[in-house]
Design a protein around this ligand. Structure first.
Ligand code: AP5
Ligand code: MG
Length: 210
């Protein structure tokens, strides 16, 4: 059987990256994530300027830039978990033309919890691994368990940018949630439990869909 194609939707801080790692470990699929791809290429020159300008303001990077990243990654993958894309209806329509999805899952988490998660998130400057100072701390504060790299705060995790990202989600990406819901494709997952509890729910849905 071919590997699953999973789309994870959810607001900033919902746990898309955290749960994508579980999907990769379980199924051996590729993690296709526009956020990480853009962070690795923040100063790339595009016809629309550099991604950094948009990301540090919490705004969306223009569609042609992200569409191209996702198409190349999906074409190279045997199974994927897609995280951070599509973020508006135009991207969702583009995705319809380039991929068949087995599961579209929405991680649901209330706004106050999202803010607590993002303000405490730390990422490894070397390998990108994800931690939380309270909810998922490393064995030694400030040091990555996996590679020993320094743990840092993401540039867009300051309070003002977090608020803007949540507003951008409400305006641009909520309609994407409705788009899949109206098509009868959306599965809602309670994203508020522990990472292990959320994974149990997501894993069951992937198994049921494939
Ligand atoms: P992106 O990197 O995609 O950020 P985001 O959508 O804002 O989501 P996050 O990565 O902040 O959250 P997450 O859901 O992955 O949560 P995580 O698992 O880390 O995008 C960044 C920017 O890039 C955008 O603002 C935009 O500028 C640009 N961009 C990206 N894609 C684009 C696109 N398609 N179009 C245009 N522009 C685009 O978890 C968060 C924290 O909570 C962690 O510390 C984690 O340890 C903790 N945690 C996770 N799960 C739990 C749990 N169950 N309980 C307690 N803590 C938990
Ligand atoms: Mg993420």
């Amino acid at each position: 059987m071919s590997q699953p194609n999973v789309l994870l939707l959810g607001p900033p801080g919902a746990g898309k990256g955290t749960q994508s790692s579980n999907v990769v470990d379980e199924y051996g699929v590729d993690h296709v994530t526009t956020g990480d791809a853009l962070r690795a290429n923040k100063d790339m020159e595009t016809a629309h300027g550099a991604p950094r300008e948009y990301m540090e303001a919490g705004e969306l990077v223009p569609d042609p830039v992200v569409n191209e990243i996702v198409q190349a990654a999906i074409e190279a993958a045997d199974g994927f978990v897609l995280d951070g894309y599509p973020r508006n209806i135009a991207q969702a329509e583009y995705l319809d033309g380039i991929a068949d999805l087995d599961l579209v899952a929405l991680l649901e988490v209330p706004r106050e919890e999202l803010i607590a998660r993002l303000s405490g998130r730390r990422i490894c400057a070397d390998c990108g691994a994800n931690y939380h100072v309270e909810f998922d701390p490393p064995a030694k504060a400030g040091v990555c368990d996996r590679c020993g790299g320094d743990l840092v705060q993401r540039d867009d995790d300051d309070e003002e940018t977090v608020e803007e990202r949540l507003d951008v989600f409400a305006a641009n990406t909520r309609p994407v949630v409705e788009y899949y819901d109206e098509a009868g494709e959306l599965v809602r997952i309670d994203g508020e439990g522990s990472p292990e509890e959320v994974w149990t729910g997501l894993h069951e849905e992937i198994e049921a869909a494939t």
